[in-house]
Design a protein. Structure first.
Length: 184
């Protein structure tokens, strides 16, 4: 259980236009469209290899010793198809934690750069999550549908060796789907 007073480090919304706190890059036919009625940005790619859209904040949020961190983000993903990778989370090209759908497989990823190269070796498929798998058979009874609006959360312990809990907020309930343990 979290026992802290929330303090906002960053808040983003696309209320009247694309939030200008984000860098946006596209490649090989990738594009974005602001959807004013949804206050959101639709990111689209083509079937051409290398088609890509990346939206990430300009800000970097450094670790603060002795403090845990809670990250919340919302998304809707396209239907899973072969060779399509979709990601949402708290990450860069070198480090972080994120949820991804690769083709039709849902996964949580803990990315690290400790060895001098990027490693996504701690990628865990939905079937292997160590919490509620959100497959209809878990404690919540819910089934994850990424084609619908989702609230993703990631909860980090401090000092680089703590646990990272990942999950979704559904009907106001924080449902832990997978915990990456880093101690020892």
């Amino acid at each position: 259980a979290r026992a802290s007073q929330p303090y906002t480090l960053f808040d983003s919304q696309n209320r009247y236009a694309k939030d200008n706190q984000f860098d946006e890059s596209t490649a090989t036919g990738g594009s974005t469209t602001y959807l004013p009625n949804e206050s959101s940005v639709q990111m689209s790619v083509t079937t051409t290899s290398g088609s890509e859209v990346v939206r990430q904040s300009y800000r970097v949020f450094p670790y603060q010793p002795g403090k845990s961190l809670l990250v919340l983000c919302t998304f809707v993903m396209a239907a899973g198809v072969a060779n399509l990778r979709q990601r949402a989370g708290y990450f860069s090209t070198q480090n972080g934690v994120f949820f991804q759908k690769t083709s039709t497989t849902n996964q949580f990823v803990l990315r690290s750069y400790t060895g001098g190269t990027v490693s996504d070796s701690r990628t865990v498929n939905q079937a292997d999550w160590n919490g509620d798998k959100l497959d209809g058979n878990g404690a919540s009874g819910y089934t994850l549908d990424t084609s619908k609006a989702q609230i993703l959360f990631m909860d980090f312990e401090w000092l680089g060796v703590g646990s990272v809990r990942c999950g979704f907020v559904i009907n106001g309930e924080f449902i832990v789907c997978h915990t990456f343990n880093n101690a020892n």
